[in-house]
Design a protein. Structure first.
Lengths: 380, 388
């Protein structure tokens, strides 16, 4: 601990160079923090999912509609507690850019299985009794100042039977999702109404959501559902909630591979940069190190001093970059639905910083260890 | 003239210094290489898409979709509507009277990739007019699909990316077995991401009764207005007519801007890191020559040539990174196929990307050289000469 001032002085020996190096390391870790934060945020969202909620889609491909006639059969599959059909219309409120997805479901079953969606019982009852009712997510409700009792007009590309694209609902409730704030973004409406009123694809569901009686039974129930419809004209493929999100993400891009590639290139360049800079710094300080040895510092202690200096500097710079990333990341929250940078990203970032310092500093530290006092002082 | 001579002399000494400070110079080169390599690799994804849009954006080919649809996937065209389109004025006709109209129906189907993961591809059914309108699409291996039997042709990227997609293989889609009979090349609006088959066959296999969109080749680009007016004033159909360029923008514009955003965002953060590295390297270069520069100033060299020479040194350090980075991206990724949101992109490193990488590298070099150049120019002569 008493050597801290010495280490600190070593770091800031050439102030402008140290500041530039700090910025270079910080920007690399900023990128690392953003990319990994995004990636593990998505993975955490997957891990948080409820394994007892099962998504029944067409075996052809997700998005190929299934007929509504599957509903009674699904209800009869042993182990299935609740089932709701789901149709989803992308729609906009007032103007483009203000999207509110319209989800047509069986309200009682839907809110029964999405127990993490907080809504008063009476409001679910009200939605059941009002065909054109809607329970709106708290996010758009707050953003647009919509209250219970208001009318909600949404524009969707899905036309109604009367040819218009305007869907008007009575707001009978507001739901919140405390565990995942970005989850409360949809407008939950009656499937029956949406199905009757829409022009195309009538009497079909995009998919069904089923609730298994216990999470432990979920895999068996999934198999039972797919077996029930095997060799029918509507074969199904049932996925758990986590699988569902994972396969959606997988459809967009192979994130692990892309992020791994970018982070690899960044760190490779950074490793060379820190290594070269430390070499240069040690070369300039040869006389100083020789003086330290003359004063009685052992070879090993000089080596450790150099390494500690590198570690402190890299960790300090990396922390700045990761800190910046954790400030920026929540801004992307509405896009991807993660609230903050996961701690694991911060921890692994610091781990990488230490590794960077030790690998980059090993050659200079070795030089410090091997330094011959007489030669070094004579060289001056 | 003196300016030029002084600049050349100074730059030459600066460049000789590069080999003396091999370590830090190499770091700058590799730093720029990493930036350019990542940037070019990411941009190459969408460059592949840009290339196939370019070949299809013909002024005489228009896209017809249902009114209100924002993309082909949301459009619905009945058989009657397609018949109306085929009879519309302005449509090019073959000598035997067949209209240059191809109606398509599109189904997203799941398939298993070679790495075992599930992906999705589009099975597109084409009406017989495909042979006329898409004369650039050729079967390069095997033979063309036939109607009424379940046969498809695949693109080369799909064959490489997915299992069981070789000629003679069978795949099961919606409980019907389809045989791969050929490989096609050439591009239509979804390019290389599709399996091609006969429209009527696809529609009967997937219980469909409607097409999604129609591609129409006109007599000439000038016939566009006539054709458009005839359809939009016809109360029997509710359709919109778009140029193929517009159609591409509507279908893929958002995806393209997202890919661009990711590439340039990552590129910018990396480039700022490289700029700090270049600054360090050039400050070191200037510092190493403090006495030299001060001496030159003392004997009458102007600060102009000093600034220019440091900037030039920055450019020289950055430029190899542009070529190396583009080369690394080309060697590693050119021709690879990636799947983004069900569309297959063939990574393509084009001359345009090389120009972009040179531009980025030079920017990094210039910014990295600017502050050290100013320091060199402002060097107090007396102090610098006294320095050890």
């Amino acid at each position: 601990m008493k050597y801290l001032p010495l280490v600190w002085a070593g770091i800031w020996r050439r102030r402008s160079r140290a500041v530039l190096m700090l910025l270079q390391i910080a920007s690399a870790f900023l990128l690392f923090g953003l990319l990994q934060g995004l990636n593990s945020g998505i993975k955490q969202a997957i891990a948080r999912t409820h394994s007892d909620r099962l998504y029944v889609g067409s075996a052809v491909s997700l998005g190929v509609p299934l007929p509504i006639s599957l509903l009674p059969q699904l209800k009869n599959v042993p182990g299935v507690k609740l089932v709701t059909p789901l149709v989803q219309f992308p729609s906009i409120y007032q103007k483009p850019g203000q999207g509110i997805p319209m989800n047509g479901v069986d309200p009682e079953a839907f809110f029964g299985m999405f127990s993490d969606y907080i809504v008063p019982k009476a409001q679910v009852e009200a939605l059941k009794n009002n065909r054109t009712g809607v329970i709106l997510g708290s996010t758009p409700a707050k953003r647009f100042g919509i209250k219970v009792g208001d009318r909600l007009a949404l524009q969707s590309q899905q036309p109604k039977r009367d040819g218009s694209n305007a869907w008007v609902f009575d707001v009978v409730g507001i739901f919140e999702v405390p565990s995942q704030p970005s989850g409360a973004s949809a407008a939950i409406v009656n499937f029956d109404y949406l199905n009757d009123a829409r022009l195309g694809d009538r009497d079909t569901a995009l998919l069904y959501i089923a609730l298994a009686d216990t999470p432990a039974h979920a895999p068996a129930v999934m198999r039972a559902i797919d077996k029930a419809f095997a060799n029918s004209s509507n074969e199904t493929r049932t996925q758990s909630e986590g699988d569902m999100i994972a396969s959606q993400i997988q459809r967009i891009a192979d994130l692990d591979l892309i992020i791994g590639g970018i982070v690899g290139a960044v760190f490779f360049a950074l490793l060379l940069a820190t290594g070269a800079l430390m070499m240069q710094s040690i070369r300039e300080r040869v006389p100083e190190l020789a003086v330290l040895k003359t004063l009685g510092f052992s070879d090993r202690r000089v080596m450790v001093l150099i390494l500690v200096e590198a570690v402190i500097f890299c960790v300090f710079s990396a922390a700045i970059g990761l800190g910046l990333a954790s400030i920026i990341l929540p801004a992307a929250r509405t896009l991807i639905g993660i609230a903050s940078m996961p701690g694991i990203v911060f921890a692994s970032g610091i781990g990488f910083a230490v590794a960077l310092a030790i690998i980059g500093g090993s050659v200079p530290a070795w030089r410090g260890l091997k330094l011959q006092v007489a030669e070094a002082l004579a060289g001056r | 003239m003196t300016f030029l001579k002084q600049t050349i002399a100074l730059t030459a000494t600066g460049l000789r210094g590069i080999s003396e400070r091999r370590g830090s110079s190499l770091v700058t080169v590799i730093g720029v290489t990493a930036v350019v390599g990542v940037l070019v690799s990411l941009l190459a994804i969408r460059e592949g898409a840009t290339i196939f849009s370019g070949t299809t954006a013909r002024p005489d080919v228009v896209d017809v979709i249902s009114r209100g649809a924002t993309s082909t996937a949301q459009s619905v065209l009945s058989r009657d509507a397609v018949a109306v389109i085929e009879d519309a004025p302005g449509v090019k006709r073959a000598p035997d009277g067949r209209p240059y109209v191809v109606a398509t129906t599109l189904v997203s189907v799941d398939a298993i990739k070679k790495n075992g993961k599930r992906g999705n591809v589009y099975l597109v059914g084409f009406s017989p007019g495909a042979a006329l309108v898409q004369s650039n699409v050729k079967v390069i291996e095997g033979r063309q699909y036939r109607p009424a039997v379940h046969e498809v042709t695949v693109s080369d990227p799909i064959r490489k990316m997915y299992r069981n997609m070789n000629i003679g293989d069978h795949i099961v889609l919606n409980r019907t077995e389809w045989t791969i009979v050929g490989v096609f090349a050439g591009n239509d609006s979804i390019g290389d991401s599709v399996l091609r088959a006969d429209a009527a066959t696809v529609m009967s296999a997937f219980n469909r009764n409607t097409y999604q969109s129609a591609n129409v080749q006109l007599e000439s680009p000038a016939a566009m207005q006539k054709f458009k007016d005839a359809l939009t004033t016809n109360p029997a159909v509710a359709v919109e007519v778009r140029t193929s360029a517009q159609s591409f923008k509507d279908n893929f514009g958002q995806l393209n801007s997202l890919l661009d955003f990711v590439a340039y965002f990552v590129g910018t953060v990396m480039a700022s890191g490289a700029i700090f590295g270049a600054l360090n390297s050039l400050y070191a270069s200037v510092d190493a020559r403090r006495r030299e520069i001060a001496t030159l100033r003392a004997i009458g060299f102007n600060s102009g040539p000093i600034i220019v020479s440091v900037l030039l040194e920055g450019l020289v350090l950055a430029l190899p990174g542009a070529f190396l980075g583009a080369l690394v991206a080309w060697v590693l990724f050119n021709g690879n196929v990636v799947d983004v949101a069900g569309l297959i992109f063939k990574l393509t490193v084009t001359p345009r990307l090389l120009v972009i990488s040179i531009f980025w590298a030079l920017t990094i070099g210039l910014i990295g050289g600017s502050l050290p150049a100013l320091r060199a120019a402002r060097l107090p002569v007396a102090t610098a000469l006294r320095a050890t």
